[in-house]
Write a protein that binds this ligand. Structure first.
Ligand code: ADP
Ligand code: ASP
Ligand code: MG
Length: 415
């Protein structure tokens, strides 16, 4: 552990000989004014210990959800640019509130939005990718400030519009800033680190002191929202450890690190749950793979993310099935109808009420018998689909079996 800390906190950028640290506080950490003051006091403590901070914040509490609900009062399909313009206001409010709280504690602080920190992005609205920050400006401002509070989740397009990074994207803002400044990155939320499974779902879950980038990437992709998947990609690319801890306690958290730093790799290091899954089955397609290609082309151009794909060819023709998050069903239906517009006799079925359970572990690569243990643990749970990769096994089950299945897997793999 000490080796990891040394690695995370050595040779990093200083301003006037004071080391800079990037910290991120998520929605629950700044959900109300008491919590904002709590965060401000934690920051003051760190400044008093001899750091300057770049702090990234998310919107207060459920603000982003509420803004989405608000726009849906007017239309189900708002224009993408306007929606991003709206959602970005959440982070502006929390950044300013935290900066004012810091000033009240007599710290020198400035809040900066995407324009002021010149956070450039590429890509589409609602899934923009950060390409650069105005690092020189940030370092210059740090000369006269103890803290800069930067809005997470937002950046600018080449045209100068606001674009957001996707739900949960403030983590990525923080890691990208840390990578660009060459500073350590600490992410604070309402749990004290990365656990073997969601501690809110399974309070006896164990905290991992260390977890590899690859395990964390799989956990994030399969539903563990504790870190935004892209933040882990960025950390992996720049090889910077991410520290995850609680905003509400001083309990030692977890580090997400390069696999090589992990001496012991358990075969299964975590379990995650993806809710609201539907199982989509397209049947009786002619035995002509151009339709299959068309389906997935339309799915991709509609920005849909499908998973657990299975394709079977038998005497009834080709059947394609996959999973998708329930909210996207309408968009998928439109895409499928376009892809198959020349055909008549095919059938599409949508089965709702599923969840996807995934166990993850880089140790699976060398561990034998993980699949056997997995199926043994779930012997009383009927599953619909199973997919595997080198480091994960996922299965689709009906949602009423969630707790039973989580309990059985936690027990089997000692999570
Ligand atoms: P923030 O608002 O600070 O970004 P999030 O709500 O996005 O926080 O992420 C923290 C939440 O992630 C926790 O409250 C926890 O319920 C959930 N979570 C899911 N899986 C895990 C896991 N394996 N370890 C820790 N937390 C997890
Ligand atoms: N406020 C945004 C969201 O709710 C970004 C984030 O929380 O990281 O998705
Ligand atoms: Mg989050």
């Amino acid at each position: 552990m000490n080796r990891i800390k040394e690695l995370a906190y050595k040779n990093y950028v200083k301003v006037d000989n004071i080391p800079i640290v990037v910290q991120k506080f998520g929605g629950s950490s700044v959900a109300d004014f008491d919590r904002i003051m709590n965060v401000a006091r934690r920051i003051r403590k760190r400044v008093n210990q001899g750091n300057k901070l770049v702090v990234v914040v998310s919107a207060m509490g459920k603000t982003t959800d509420n803004l989405i609900k608000m726009v849906k009062q007017i239309t189900e399909h708002p224009d993408a640019r306007e929606l991003d313009q709206l959602l970005a206001t959440g982070e502006q409010v929390s950044a300013v509130m935290l900066s004012i709280a810091l000033q009240k504690l007599k710290l020198k602080s400035k809040s900066l939005n995407a324009y002021q920190a010149r956070i450039q992005t590429l890509g589409k609205y609602s899934e923009a990718r950060i390409t650069s920050f105005d690092k020189r400006r940030l370092l210059f401002l740090l000369k006269t400030n103890d803290v800069l509070v930067v809005t997470g989740f937002q950046g600018l397009t080449d045209e100068g519009d606001i674009a957001t990074l996707g739900r949960g994207g403030s983590d990525t803002s923080a890691v990208a800033l840390a990578a660009s400044l060459n500073a350590p990155c600490e992410i604070y939320s309402d749990v004290a680190g990365i656990y073997t499974t969601d501690p809110k779902l399974y309070p006896a879950a164990k905290k991992a002191k260390l977890i590899s980038y690859d395990d964390m990437l799989e956990l994030a992709a399969s539903g563990a929202k504790v870190l935004h998947g892209r933040s882990v990609e960025v950390a992996k690319r720049f090889n910077i450890p991410i520290y995850c801890g609680s905003s509400f306690s001083d309990e030692e958290g977890s580090y997400v690190v390069n696999e090589e730093l992990m001496i012991e790799k358990s075969s299964v290091s975590g379990l995650s749950v993806m809710e609201n899954q539907i199982h989509v089955v397209i049947k009786k397609l002619p035995v002509n793979y151009s339709y299959v290609r068309d389906i997935f082309r339309r799915v991709a151009t509609s920005g849909l993310n499908v998973d657990m794909i299975s394709i079977i060819s038998d005497e009834d023709g080709i059947s394609v099935s996959f999973t998708l998050i329930d909210e996207k069903k309408k968009r998928l239906d439109a895409a499928l109808k376009r892809a198959l517009r020349e055909l008549r006799d095919y059938e599409i079925e949508y089965h709702a009420g599923f969840i996807k359970l995934t166990v993850v572990g880089v140790g699976m690569k060398s561990g034998i018998g993980v699949a056997s243990d997995f199926f043994n643990a779930l012997k009383n749970v009927p599953f619909k689909l199973v997919t595997t990769s080198e480091i994960k096994i996922s299965c689709l089950i009906e949602k009423q079996y969630k707790l039973e299945a989580v309990n059985a897997l936690v027990k089997k793999f000692k999570l």
